[in-house]
Design a protein around this ligand. Structure first.
Ligand code: ADP
Length: 519
């Protein structure tokens, strides 16, 4: 691992200073002497809260302690029965655990043979009896300090190792391929996901420039950036990737952690959606063109049919007229009645053709809605109905009406059909018709009410259907197309139409339409 990563890692380890102050640790000192009084004397000199004294009164007992405990130092009496200090020292050194534990020999003899033997056996020092307390204390203190430092180092190494393990585990657990680069943009570290994604082994990549994995990657990027790029595998094949890069400034330079994600599936899904949208758009365009064509054809068809149907009717009417003129007074009254029937039939047929043409043209025509002043529409309606209003003495009143969004001609048609019906289906009383409007949310509800014969509520739905009539023609003229036209127009404007009525209670027709100001 490079030094830059090590530096970064240091940031997540505990500072050494804390460790030292946290070190609640007492150095253990093993005192070995067969004489209990000597042991007590040593204990009295070395007693201190920083160190723990363990007493053994034979070499064997000392070896037993050393089996499972570590000591900062061993004070070993040379002259002991059974196993003397030198034998004990050689056994201590023979054990792995205690091969480096400092041994101080305590001896009454200052002869050279003793000294050489002692040093050969790994003694670090000799203390000669009678022991001078200050010398003993300062020598032991030095070993305690040494041992303390060693313990500190060991603990620091442990902390570092744990941090390293945590760091590795985090790196490996990441869902993305993680690549860590040094200041030169060279790869310092990668995780397993990166190995499998790019099909390289770690060894092949460490020290390589990151552009080997992502050729367009620029090490210039200093701030965290999100890039959409392509990754290149060991075999040269490429795939789309999303990269989240997090640069980290360290004293050695900027190191960068790249989280690389394979977005092949997401790209495919996006492309599919894109393709589906394009297909859909294409279909809508084709369907619209088809509809426009068939609308034009339908318009043409309706026009031709009405023209062709009206042509023979005109001929019948013209020749009936001629016949009436030619025969003049020689016609008996019954024949005249027949002629009137013929002309009446022709007129009704012409009206029906006109109404049906109107009805079908509503499907074919395009609607262009504009603000319409309903007061103007009502005035025009009354003008068109002028003759029948005069003839029947009908009284049409109205409140000021709003501006709505719609087709003026079609709205006149609706008002004309509704008011025309109100007059047609009058009772014996003078027909009184009232037109009002009420705002409801963003729509206007227009109401046309009359004092006519009314409608059985059982038929309030049916009357809006084509050719649906409630009376024989002998009673009331008509072809049952008027309300069907009204409904189609209102619905094309996005509104609803309905009737509220009862027999002999007059009728109130309502329709809704968008207010002009709301659009
Ligand atoms: P038409 O008037 O040609 O018969 P419409 O579609 O205009 O056809 O009306 C359908 C039927 O609804 C009428 O035959 C009539 O019975 C009934 N109707 C329509 N308007 C009224 C009204 N204002 N009062 C009573 N009945 C009505």
């Amino acid at each position: 691992m490079s030094s830059s990563v090590a530096t970064q890692r240091k940031a997540i380890t505990q500072p050494a200073a804390n460790l030292a102050s946290d070190l609640a640790w007492r150095a253990k000192i093993l005192l070995v002497d067969d004489n209990a009084e000597n042991l007590l004397a040593l204990e009295a000199v070395l007693e201190s809260p920083d160190q723990e004294l363990v007493k053994a009164n034979s070499g064997l007992e000392a070896l037993r302690y050393l089996l499972d405990e570590d000591f900062a130092a061993i004070l070993l009496d040379v002259k002991m029965p059974e196993m003397d200090g030198f034998e004990t020292a050689s056994l201590i050194r023979a054990r792995k655990r205690s091969e480096h534990t400092p041994i101080l020999f305590l001896t009454a003899f200052k002869n050279e043979e003793h000294l050489f033997r002692g040093y050969d056996l790994g003694a670090v020092d000799f203390l000669f009896k009678p022991i001078v307390p200050e010398i003993l204390q300062s020598k032991v203190a030095a070993f305690v300090q040494l041992s303390r430092n060693a313990e500190l180092l060991k603990r620091q190494a442990d902390v570092l190792q744990r941090a390293e393990q945590k760091f590795r585990a985090l790196l490996e657990a990441a869902p993305d391929a993680n690549v860590i680069t040094g200041p030169e943009g060279r790869i310092d570290l990668i995780n397993e996901r990166a190995e499998s994604l790019f099909r390289y082994s770690r060894d092949q990549l460490i020290g390589e420039p990151v552009t080997r994995l992502v050729p367009q990657w620029s090490s210039e990027s200093k701030a965290p950036l999100d890039h959409q790029l392509f990754g290149v595998r060991a075999d040269g094949s490429s795939f789309p990737v999303d990269i989240t890069s997090s640069p980290l400034r360290t004293p050695e330079g900027t190191i960068t952690i790249l989280a690389i994600r394979d977005v092949t599936d997401r790209k495919k899904a996006e492309e599919q959606i894109h393709q589906l949208n394009a297909d859909l758009e294409q279909k809508v365009t084709e369907r619209t063109a088809e509809l426009t064509r068939s609308n034009a054809e339908l318009r043409q068809f309706a026009y031709v049919v009405s023209h062709d149907l009206k042509e023979p009717l005109r001929t019948v009417a013209a020749f009936t007229q001629l016949l009436a003129e030619r025969l003049g007074d020689s016609f008996d009254s019954e024949s005249k009645e027949f002629l009137e029937y013929i002309l009446g039939g022709v007129n009704r047929m012409t009206d029906l053709i006109d109404d049906l043409l109107m009805y079908s043209s509503l499907d074919a025509g395009e609607s262009r809605f504009m603000p319409v002043d309903l007061n103007v529409s009502l005035r025009e309606t009354l003008f068109n109905l002028h003759a029948v209003i005069q003839e029947t003495g009908a009284i049409v009143s109205g409140d000021p009406l709003p501006q709505v969004m719609g087709d003026h001609v079609q709205l006149v048609q609706v008002l004309q059909n509704l008011i025309g019906n109100s007059i047609k289906y009058r009772s014996i009383d003078t027909p009184r018709i009232h037109v009002t409007a009420r705002k409801q949310a963003d729509e206007q509800v227009i109401k046309v009410s009359d004092n006519g014969i009314g409608i059985d509520p059982a038929y309030s739905e049916g009357i809006f259907k084509l050719f649906k009539r409630l009376h024989p023609r002998q009673e009331y003229s008509g072809n049952g197309v008027g309300l069907a036209i009204c409904r189609k127009i209102v619905e094309r404007h996005g509104g609803r139409i309905w009737v509220e009525s009862g027999v002999e209670q007059g009728a109130a027709f309502y329709f809704t339409i968008a207010s002009a100001s709301e659009r």
